[in-house]
Ligand binder design. Structure first.
Ligand SMILES: N[C@@H](CCC(=O)N[C@@H](CSCc1ccc([N+](=O)[O-])cc1)C(=O)NCC(=O)O)C(=O)O
Length: 213
């Protein structure tokens, strides 16, 4: 059955892969599933047709027959459940990998998104300079703890999993701030994720959308 996702027709980052369709494209490539992309512009996001797919008027969405999903973590988990390649067969290892998926979106992503907000959307506010270090101070302990847990391992828990895919995707959002440079083992972890052929294909496809004539 055809899989269709939605993505920006023009991503504000110009195709640097920071928009969240990239992580769904990556998951689809890791499990070897072909997919179509329906490109949408910002005005369309808030129209009834798209809101019927995504109650918050965002991308990406995922359609497969009568099934419509939103929320990248849920979409990646659905793919990992349906197809091999993103979650281990062993039940305990699978459960641990799912913990890392939740940790990515629930523990690591919120303070990192707060930094994006502080830098991009609040940078011109009179209190921006005072707030920024507070936001950064909330990220650093998480990066310290993640780096301590990862240690010298290649991935977070054995083989590459959906937990790593989500965690690398979240850490990629941090890289423009320069904070990741202070954590060489995490920067190397992210680079390993980006070096995966599946990620390379996903990144190239979203870049092509944003650099087409
Ligand atoms: N929790 C949801 C969040 C989805 C989301 O934030 N979607 C964004 C695009 S990805 C977030 C994003 C956008 C742009 C960049 N960029 O660098 O240009 C990076 C990330 C969106 O549709 N925003 C439009 C709106 O909310 O009205 C998920 O994981 O699926």
């Amino acid at each position: 059955m055809t899989i269709t996702i939605t993505a920006f027709d023009r991503s504000p980052d110009g195709g640097k892969g920071l928009a969240r369709d990239t992580r769904v494209r990556w998951a689809l490539e890791e499990v070897g599933q072909p997919y179509d992309v329906r490109l949408v512009g910002f005005p369309e996001l808030k129209q009834p047709a798209h809101l019927a797919l995504h109650p918050f008027g965002q991308i990406p969405t995922y359609e497969e027959g009568d099934l419509a999903l939103f929320e990248t973590g849920a979409i990646v988990f659905h793919l990992a459940e349906r197809f091999a390649g993103l979650l281990p067969a062993d039940a305990d290892a699978r459960a641990r990998a799912i913990s890392w998926m939740f940790a990515a979106v629930n523990t690591m992503e919120p303070p990192i998104l707060d930094l994006t907000t502080a830098r991009i959307f609040e940078g011109d506010k009179p209190w921006a300079a005072e707030r920024l270090p507070l936001v950064q101070a909330r990220i650093r302990p998480r990066l310290d703890q993640l780096a301590a847990r990862l240690g010298k391992a290649e991935w977070l828990d054995g083989d590459f999993s959906a937990g790593d895919l989500m965690m690398v995707s979240v850490l990629l959002r941090l890289r423009p701030s320069g904070m990741l440079d202070d954590y060489p083992t995490l920067a190397a972890y992210v680079a390993r994720g980006e070096a995966r052929p599946a990620y390379q294909r996903a990144f190239a496809d979203q870049l092509a959308v944003n650099t087409r004539a």
